[in-house]
Design a protein around this ligand. Sequence first.
Ligand code: HEC
Ligand code: HEC
Length: 348
Amino acid sequence: MNQRPKPLVELLPLVTGLLLAICVLVGIVGLTLYLDFSGERPQHEPLAELPAKPDMPISKALMDPAGMWQAPDWASVEKEPNADEIKYGRELIANTSEYLGPNGKVKKISNGLNCQNCHLQAGTVPLGNNYSAAKSTYPKVRGRSGNSEDIRLRINGCFQRSLNGEVLANDSKEMIAMVAYMNWLGQDVAQGEKPKGAGLYELPLLDRAADYIKGKTIYERQCVTCHMVDGQGVMKADSTGYTYPPLWGEHSYNQGAGLFRMSRFAGYVRANMPFGATYENPILTDEEAWDVAAYVNSLDRPARDFPNDWPDISKKPMDHPFGPYSDEFSEEQHKFGPYQPIKAAAKK
Ligand code: HEC
Ligand code: HEC
């Protein structure tokens, strides 16, 4: 019995040694962590510039490329009786500003953007806001006008809103040429059909409102190099158009434009921006696309009243940013989400 305390005393040096060793270890680990996070290391590069690691893919195709719509071979245009018209149409869509912009050589009726800035490669890119369904789905009744719209009215819609400008006369050489080009592009699409990859990518909805503060960080990381900190882009040296188009401010699309709706903007950038991204190799995540859309669309741009829009307000899309609405949700929620409750209420 009285021998018990003895071994404990003998163990004391060993226990002290062990404790000391632990203290030193914790100290080293702590110091390493501290140095790691104390800003002494170089900042992380933007995600887009990191090489993709095979075990951690940065991006995944947004849609299976099989059966994707493809534009007809451009060389085959020569066979068409109206080849000159079609070619002029394509030229106008690619270089709109040169012909119809603020210094346009045909007319001065638009803000300096090219149709192609948003309808990539003259409207031929899958999920790049292409014109594959223009021939097959117009004329159609649209909620915005409450009327049947033919393709010329739809084109003029983009002139008045996306190009914050004026309309072209239906019988003008320019209108006839653009329509001829779109009809040629959609020649293989059956009447009434929308081919795979038509228009824009439809993003899954977030379960929260899009966050323009997060969006600003994404903008600064992924967009400023081309569209600039002030969002005004870069004008070509000869002022015939933009090398990098503006995203907000007086030279950008107005508040009546499709891109002013969050789902259109997010869908466009998710599959196409930063420039070089494609639906097969996207760079942004869904969340980043929604948040950067919120940032850009929360900044100033031309306001323009279209008093005849939406004669039936119940037809407004979930993300139409201006009231009145046929439901109880606020303008703020219609603009930035969350959209699920709005959709659920509309279903009832
Ligand atoms: C600032 C961006 C922007 C510019 C510039 C722009 N558009 Fe659009 N356009 C859109 C958006 C967004 C849509 C709607 C896409 C959707 O809802 O899927 C659209 C839709 C269209 C459609 C309907 C396509 C369909 O299948 O329903 C046509 C046609 C069109 N634009 C023609 C033009 C023409 C011609 C020009 C140049 C004069 C032009 N757009 C310039 C953004 C733009
Ligand atoms: C490497 C340069 C580059 C980067 C980075 C870039 N863009 Fe663009 N962006 C372009 C170019 C070029 C166009 C016009 C495309 C064309 O005409 O072919 C464009 C067009 C656009 C348009 C449609 C035209 C307009 O002015 O409204 C939007 C919207 C857009 N970009 C958003 C973004 C967003 C958001 C980011 C960041 C996530 C981004 N871009 C990053 C080069 C870039």
